[in-house]
Design a protein around this ligand. Structure first.
Ligand SMILES: *Cc1c(COP(=O)(O)O)cnc(C)c1O
Length: 659
């Protein structure tokens, strides 16, 4: 990344390659001619929106940072793409049945998101899935008569009652039995209501397969999974329905392998396993209609599929087409072999529908550079350890070969450690220690520069260590724990990159750190084409000009998993639609304010009226004691109260000295 004059000029294409945009953007994101990040939310159209213009427009509407930008068109594009892909697979396989998407709302429950999914899914008969009582209650009001709703998760007596009520109203709501007791409870409730055979509750069953998932969430499947009926339980349930003469109420078989299935082999094996059970039930006269393959359709968060620095679980090795083909062909094959009708196929794809549509925008508010200022003249009679560092410094200027450079950096590290030890024991004066430190950073930078010029592959450990040591910390206005919790919790990688200046070569190594007082509050894995993924190529920060970073693909799970570490709360949002008739090709449909300090504090039982009362009392005492004048006291109190209305994040303006 050094500036050699015979290198071709940096272009925006270089930026696209450096941040490996093609690997994760699913065609939605790219760099425009001005070096800004741009979005093309409508596939098949060349409508392009400059993301920096959206930021400016959102700020003009009163949005604060950090800010979620929601490109609503991307949601509908993903819904259409998923359904069209399955339709193509069905046509190609000559599959005698349909496919429907079931959107699991736990992935992103925001009303606007669910509404957008349902609207785009109307032509495809899309359904919803809920996994808790709160989700059930939200969904019941949204679905009307036409939308299928599957109820997974633990269902207590009141959930089952809500579901039965919905079935009585004629809504298409199916409880998916996860535990045998749920089935027992459901029958008791139905009997108590005196529901006869014709009105018996309809249901589905989640089956524990012997096929286990792979990747991070593999525990969701397999026989040790906490959900689903075992095969003996399924057989017992069927027997009970036969005794009651209500076998037509069993409508659906379901499995779920866990999110982000890494490999389609596992999926194929699970689909075949459940298709055999389906065929067995049909032969026994139980005409199950739906085969539900659960979630797990993966999203590529960037990078490739292996290598020393790669996060394999954040990548998948298949696309939508392969996913659909695996399911459609496997079910068809078994239904033909067993001579049973082909079921309607369902997939509960959440991540694949919502991940791409939202991004987080956060301004950089400062940079910390590991460095030391140059020192003035050396005091007389430096001790041996200082002389060693001076010698290493001179050597670093002279040598260029890998071996000699490695020796220099080892010497410098050794002298540095020794100097620190001596200083701790009182044998090295602070002034000499300052010289040692300053020389050390000089040597480190020089050696790293020369290592990089050698372009070694693989990169030697000494170089990787120096890169880590000489990486700038870019402090950004956000919290990992609120906005990308999975990065902290399970090491999920998200694409992060500057949104501006992409026509300029980024020549700094950066690590992004957040506002929390937590050493884990940082991003430590990046998506780039560089071998070492522990830092992000970034531009020199200019304090007088905004430098925005974007975190992409945060639309699935992150927004709702977020917690309130350091009381950094929910961030603001702007919802954007593309339109060729508007300046900049977009309009902001709605903005949602970030949570205020006042509301955040209330969630942990600090109430504004009580805080105000206590502060007023404190200031009254100080005025009485003559510590501050009344006017000054009131100014301090008013400022305190006004700040309660602010967001929980930072003010990005710097204090300026009057000219
Ligand atoms: C979480 C979950 C899903 C969603 O999975 P994705 O990988 O996001 O598509 C689907 N079904 C069930 C039962 C789930 O628990």
């Amino acid at each position: 990344m050094t500036d050699t004059s015979n290198k071709p000029a940096w272009t925006t294409t270089d930026a696209e390659e450096l941040y490996a945009i093609k690997t994760w953007s699913a065609g939605f994101f790219g760099v425009n001619d001005e070096g800004h990040m741009a979005v093309r939310p409508v596939p098949g159209s060349d409508l392009e929106i400059d993301i920096t213009e959206v930021i400016d427009a959102a700020v003009a509407e009163g949005c604060t940072f950090p800010l979620i930008l929601r490109f609503q068109d991307i949601i509908s594009a993903r819904v259409r793409r998923l359904n069209q892909t399955f339709q193509e697979a069905i046509a190609e396989a000559d599959y005698k049945g349909e496919y429907r998407t079931i959107y699991p709302i736990k992935v992103n429950q925001l009303h606007e998101v669910v509404a957008e999914v349902m609207e785009a899914g109307k032509p495809f008969n899309i359904g919803l899935e809920c996994g808790s009582r709160a989700e059930l209650m939200a969904s019941l009001a949204l679905i009307g008569d036409d939308t299928m709703l599957l109820c997974n998760g633990v269902k207590d007596h009141s959930s089952l009652t809500l579901i039965l009520n919905a079935q009585q109203l004629g809504q298409q709501v199916l409880p998916v039995i996860e535990k045998y007791t749920e089935f027992d409870q459901l029958l008791i409730l139905a009997d108590q209501r005196g529901l006869d055979k014709e009105r018996a509750p309809h249901l589905g069953v989640r089956v524990k397969l012997s096929t286990r998932g792979s990747g991070r969430w593999f525990e969701s499947g397999g026989s040790s999974s906490k959900f689903g009926l075992t095969v003996p339980e399924l057989v017992k349930l069927v027997g009970e329905l036969e005794e009651r003469g209500t076998t037509d109420t069993l409508e659906l078989l379901h499995f779920h392998l866990g999110s982000q299935i890494a490999d389609t082999q596992v999926l194929r094996s699970a689909v075949k396993e459940i298709a055999q059970f389906y065929a067995d039930l049909h032969e026994r006269g139980i005409k199950v209609k739906f085969l539900d393959v659960g979630g797990g359709l993966g999203v590529n968060y960037g990078g490739s599929y292996g290598g020393e620095y790669e996060d394999v679980d954040s990548s998948i090795n298949y696309g939508l087409t392969e996913y659909a083909n695996v399911i459609v062909f496997a079910v068809k094959e078994i239904c033909e072999q067993r001579n049973v009708p082909m079921p309607t196929l369902l997939s509960e794809s959440g991540r694949a529908i919502t991940a791409h549509h939202s991004m987080l925008v956060m301004p950089v508010i400062g940079v910390h550079r590991p460095d030391a200022p140059p020192m003035r003249d050396m005091p007389p009679k430096p001790p041996v350890v200082v002389k060693r560092m001076v010698a290493a410094y001179k050597e670093a200027q002279k040598v260029d070969a890998r071996g000699a450079l490695t020796e220099v950096i080892h010497d410098a590290i050794d002298a540095h450690q020794e100097a620190e030890q001596l200083a701790r024991l009182g044998y090295l004066h602070i002034e000499f220690l300052a010289h040692v430190e300053s020389l050390y950073w000089n040597i480190a930078r020089e050696v790293l520069r020369k290592f990089q010029a050698l372009e070694m592959d693989p990169i030697p450990v000494e170089q990787t260590d120096l890169e880590a040591q000489l990486t700038d910390l870019y402090l950004a206005d956000f919290s990992v724990f609120q906005s990308i919790l999975d990065h902290w919790a399970i090491g999920q990688v998200f694409p992060v990159m500057p949104l501006d200046r992409l026509d300029e070569e980024p020549n700094r190594r950066g690590q992004v750190v957040d506002l929390t007082c937590d050493s884990d509050g940082k991003i430590d894995q990046y998506v780039s084409s560089h071998l070492n993924k522990s830092w992000l190529p970034m531009h020199e920060y200019r304090p007088d000009e905004p430098y925005y970073l974007g975190v992409f693909l945060v639309g699935a799970y992150q927004e709702i998993l977020g917690d309130a570490h350091n009381l950094l709360g929910r961030v603001g949002e702007a919802h954007i639609y593309a339109s060729a008739d508007e300046p900049g090709n977009f309009w902001i449909e709605e903005t949602i304010k970030a949570i205020s300090i006042k509301d955040m504090l209330s969630t942990v039982q600090y109430f504004p009226s009580d805080l105000d009362r206590r502060m007023t009392e404190l200031i009254r005492r100080k005025i009485e004691a003559g510590v501050v004048k009344p006017a000054e006291g009131m100014r301090i109190l008013n400022n305190y109260n006004k700040r309660l209305e602010d967001t929980t994040y930072c003010d990005t303006d710097m204090v300026k000295r009057a000219e």
